[in-house]
Design a protein around this ligand. Structure first.
Ligand code: NDP
Ligand code: GUE
Length: 286
């Protein structure tokens, strides 16, 4: 079994991004990323801290706007409208999950589709489902996972892929990307029956549940590939994924937590930010 080294692949991608940032700098453009974080979430805290560091290293201007958990939906939408109108901001990211009194669909639809770095906006989701030929942003976690599969030469064509989770952030765009890459895709959710039977037959299993050690890697078939998206902070402070028993299996590949999908999400976030900045330059609204 080969443990996938997300940190190593992310480092390679960041070297490419640094070149593109330099090219934009020659045009007098600094890519700008604005992050809105409402309330507190452990995984979001880790994400915010790590991406701030990587952005600084790459010469990307990243600003995090923290809003209290009792912020109204209208106040968040007003903040988004200010960022939509700000030419220094190329990319807007609103951290998920949001407090329960906020309707996330209204937030996602308020972001200018040309600044939608998570690919959350209905227009960009439509582009993904269409498998459109023109440029559009997509969610960075599944984008990073597709890059890892390519890097390790894990084939998707004709393979049976099981995606556990159906969020707009991970599960649904992951299923769409695997479908576009000619896999046969099953998307599971909390109402799915006989999940173990599906786990036992899939060639690729992507787990994005947000539940520590909820899936047992020993139940997967020999030669299959496991992608563990979960980021769970245990009471003792350790960081674990959604999948237990990754070692001692006869899998072909598996991603660790930490050091797997997480660093790739950050690298592809920076890549998407730079691409959006390039689009804004090309369309004359930088
Ligand atoms: N490593 C990284 O880069 C990233 C990590 N994450 C992490 O990934 C995890 C998932 O994130 P996200 O998608 O936003 O989470 P959500 O809570 O939005 O979605 C979780 C999904 O898991 C499904 N689910 C829950 N229990 C079961 C079960 N027993 N069987 C099958 N499906 C189940 C839910 O089903 P239902 O819809 O029926 O409720 C839901 O669709 C979190 O830990 C998050 O922190 C997220 C983004 C990036
Ligand atoms: N709109 C939105 N988009 C997201 O993409 C999004 C989000 N909201 N909300 C929170 C989740 C979680 N998430 C992480 C990304 C990277 C790490 C990461 O860097 N992980 C390192 C952690 C290393 C460490 O600090 O120990 C690793 O796995 O190796 C963690 C978590 C993105 N998310």
């Amino acid at each position: 079994m080969t443990m996938i080294d997300g940190q190593m692949v992310a480092t390679q991608i960041k070297q490419q991004i640094a070149k593109q940032v330099n090219e934009l700098a020659e045009l007098g453009v600094t890519p700008g990323l604005a992050v809105i974080m409402v309330g507190n979430d452990a995984a979001s805290e880790i994400y915010v801290k790590n991406k701030q560091q990587v952005a600084t290293d790459l010469g990307i201007e990243a600003n995090t706007i923290k809003m209290p958990a009792d912020t109204t939906e209208l106040a968040i939408i007003k903040k988004i409208q200010i960022l939509n109108a700000d030419p220094a901001v190329d990319a807007i990211l609103v951290q998920s999950p949001m407090p329960t009194h906020i309707n996330e669909q209204n937030i996602q639809a308020a972001i200018d589709p040309s600044k939608d770095v998570d690919g959350f906006h209905p227009y960009n989701l439509g582009q993904l489902v269409t498998d459109a030929n023109e440029y559009y942003p997509v969610a960075n976690t599944p984008r990073g996972i597709m890059r890892l599969l390519k890097w390790y030469d894990v084939k998707t064509t004709g393979k049976l892929a099981l995606v556990i989770g159906r969020s707009i952030l991970v599960g649904k765009p992951m299923a769409a990307m695997l479908t576009n890459a000619d896999a046969t895709v099953i998307t599971a959710n909390s109402q799915t029956k006989n999940l173990d039977e599906l786990i036992a037959i899939a060639d690729i299993v992507v787990v994005a549940m947000g539940k520590a050690n909820a899936i047992d890697a020993q139940k997967m078939k020999a030669g299959a590939t496991l992608i563990d998206v979960g980021i769970n902070r245990l009471a003792d402070g350790t960081l674990v994924g959604d999948v237990a028993n990754k070692n001692n299996t006869n899998l072909a590949f598996a991603t660790p937590v930490p050091g797997g999908v997480g660093p790739m999400t950050i690298a592809t976030l920076m890549e998407t930010t730079v691409e959006l900045a390039q689009q804004h330059v090309a369309h004359g609204n930088d």
